[in-house]
Design a protein around this ligand. Structure first.
Ligand code: BGC
Length: 644
């Protein structure tokens, strides 16, 4: 680890131009190296479901390479529903190893903003409505990632709880709710997870952009939590050179290609020259970057030692052995197996009232599967979280792979999904960029197709031994940059489900979504109901294995499923999306289950709900609080129950 003496000596070696080059993007994901000193460029990559495909250096077009296919890990909301720290660590390890394998330095994840409103477009990238679950999962994910000489980047600090007007919305929330709900996850990620990276958010807090915020960044993150590593902006979240230059944010990345005009490029050089930003403040940024690079073993140690012998020890570990940065790898064969286990554990069985599950393979000669999500791949969608998956097993594929040749598996679309591809509008080769190139059918054409699909599905399921509807959302709805307009299922799925239930009251329903959907119209009529988020490359196989009892479901909802959107506290007590670009979180600390519990509002399914195939009772519940020191907010409460 760099000593203070070495750090100051290295900073002293740098010219102002070299310092400026280190604190802003020279391409969309890279800073500039200082080659003469052995300081490399720093490379960021999204995140958080795996390593994003390669982009042109100054245009938002995919390069269309064939060597950037990677493991498609699950979304953060899926990971959180495992409630399993070891799986978070294991997923983090895969992502970390692949980040390094793809020659990147920092993976832009995990996302841990609190799922305040059910309709936030990025809920799928976030863990939970609960700060404890978010923090615990983040801590272990980060520990996993950082085993591979790459950094995690916990995002978006802070209060980025809606996509609607995300670039400008000004958030007002009480200090209590800030401390008890919105910041504890970040605190844990920094203090326990030892995250080496954090990303500022786009929005404002109390009138100031979060990425320049003296209170959020300097007081809390830097002073109170002691974070002394790299803070990067969100892409374009810095708006004022002087404000941000004087705050503890280090690197300015953006979505535009006017690299020299970035606030931390020429404008920062001028601000330092005029004294508007002190050299001390700039040096502090450089110190954060250099110590992060040191922790990741990024330097060219030979070169550095030649500059000044004082740097020679940096290239050796505590036993005097030469430091070699881990090389990582990607698409290891073992990853598929690990991701299968994680996906299995993330599937939530909401109800199994008629005991239809697990299905008995031998008894099912004809299995009818209806719905767009049975047959849709999701990896390359959602915005910056997109992944070029090495493979992605859809539910239909997984079920067919598992059942083999003795069962007739019939697929019926059930309804026409008329938004094709991801809302960010490109295909896997980077073509299309922007506009959806496909023919948009007219409403009349859609109606005709829907009638045909529904009639066909009804007919097919009449004599089936089992019928399963797999619907929900996709990345046209769970997407960065836009919230959903409501919680209602798209493509008239409510009506279709009800029509199908008239023919097959025993139809099982599975909802695939990264956030809550409104199921209140038909939830009582359905006896078998499953819920899961975007589950990665093995998602379809995991579902098949749960359905056929190869594995006992154990996922739990990481957020509440309200009956209707109006029940959600952000909508009932608070403001959403706010007015005049300002939003007040009047629900205060009553976020998620805290609200439903305290205000006695029945959700459709509660936070933490999740059944298994095992019946058991429990009793003798006792709670024990461990003594905790004054002002220690991390005291433990142990829960003991007897399972006879
Ligand atoms: C997103 C970040 C992402 C960044 C880089 C932004 O639009 O908000 O989460 O990491 O782009 O792609």
């Amino acid at each position: 680890m760099m000593t203070n003496e070495q750090l100051s000596a290295l900073i002293d070696e740098l010219t102002i131009d070299e310092k400026i080059a280190m604190v802003h993007g020279a391409t969309l994901f890279y800073t500039t190296p200082v080659e003469r000193l052995g300081i490399p460029q720093f490379c960021f990559s999204d995140g958080p479901m795996g390593v994003r495909p390669e982009y042109q250096s100054s245009d938002w077009y995919l390069k269309g390479f064939t060597d950037d296919y990677v493991s498609y890990c699950m979304s953060n909301s899926a990971l959180a529903s495992t409630f399993n720290r070891s799986l978070a660590e294991e997923a983090g390890e895969i992502i970390g190893e692949e980040t390094r394998g793809r020659k990147k330095d920092m993976i832009l994840g995990p996302g841990i903003n609190i799922q305040r409103t059910p309709i936030c477009g990025r809920n799928f990238e976030y863990m939970s409505e609960d700060p404890y679950v978010s923090g615990e999962m983040a801590e272990y994910y980060i520990k996993g990632v950082q085993k591979h000489d790459v950094s995690a980047c916990v995002k978006h600090y802070a209060l980025n709880n809606q996509e609607e007007e995300r670039n400008i919305v000004d958030t007002y929330v009480s200090r209590r709710a800030l401390m008890e709900i919105y910041l504890p996850g970040f605190r844990k990620a920094v203090k326990q997870g030892k995250a080496l990276g954090i990303m500022g958010s786009y929005n404002k807090f109390e009138g100031t952009y979060c990425s320049h915020h003296p209170y959020l960044i300097d007081e809390i993150l830097r002073k109170s939590w002691g974070f002394d590593k790299l803070m990067v902006s969100d892409w374009g979240s810095i708006h004022d050179t002087t404000e941000a230059g004087n705050a503890g944010i280090d690197v300015d990345m953006r979505v535009t290609n006017d690299f020299d005009d970035y606030p931390f490029a020429d404008p920062l050089k001028e601000a330092v020259a005029s004294g508007a930003v002190s050299m001390e403040a700039l040096n502090e940024k450089i110190a954060h970057i250099l110590t992060t690079m040191d922790a990741l073993h990024m330097f060219d140690y030979k070169k550095l030692a030649k500059v000044n012998p004082i740097f020679a020890p940096l290239g050796e570990d505590e036993n005097g052995k030469k430091i070699k940065r881990k090389h990582g790898r990607y698409n290891a064969t073992s990853s598929g197996k690990k991701l299968l286990k994680a996906a299995e554990e993330s599937i939530v069985l909401l109800k199994n009232e008629a005991g239809l599950l697990p299905l008995k393979q031998k008894k099912i000669k004809k299995f009818v599967i209806i719905g767009d999500n049975a047959n849709r791949q999701h990896a390359l969608g959602g915005g910056s979280a997109e992944i070029k998956a090495l493979y992605e097993i859809t539910p239909l594929l997984g079920i067919k792979m598992l059942l083999g040749g003795n069962t007739e598996v019939v697929y019926e679309p059930g309804y026409y999904n008329y938004v094709i591809g991801n809302a960010w509008g490109h295909d896997a080769n980077g073509q299309g960029g922007g506009l959806n190139p496909f023919h948009q059918p007219t409403q009349n054409e859609i109606d005709i197709l829907n009638q045909r699909y529904l009639a066909s599905a009804k007919k097919a399921c009449k004599d089936a031994d089992a019928v399963l509807f797999i619907g929900g959302l996709n990345h046209d709805h769970d997407v960065e940059g836009a919230d959903r307009k409501s919680m209602t299922l798209p493509e008239d799925q409510d009506e279709i489900i009800e029509e199908l239930l008239n023919v097959r009251p025993d139809m099982m329903v599975a909802m695939m979504a990264g956030s809550p959907v409104d199921m209140h119209k038909w939830a009582d009529r359905v006896k078998t109901l499953l819920y899961f988020s975007y589950n990665g490359m093995q998602g379809g196989m995991a579902l098949a294995r749960v359905l056929f009892g190869k594995v006992n479901p154990s996922g739990k909802m990481p957020y509440t499923l309200p009956k209707v959107l109006g029940d959600a506290p952000a909508h009932k007590l608070g403001e959403y999306p706010g007015t005049d670009k300002t939003v007040h979180y009047n629900e205060d600390i009553f976020v998620g289950y805290r609200y439903y519990d305290a205000f006695q509002v029945d959700p459709l399914f509660a936070f933490g709900h999740g059944e298994s195939y095992t019946d058991f009772t429990f009793g003798d519940l006792t709670l024990t609080k461990t003594a905790c020191e004054k002002n220690d907010i991390d005291g433990d409460i142990s829960v003991t129950v007897t399972v006879p």
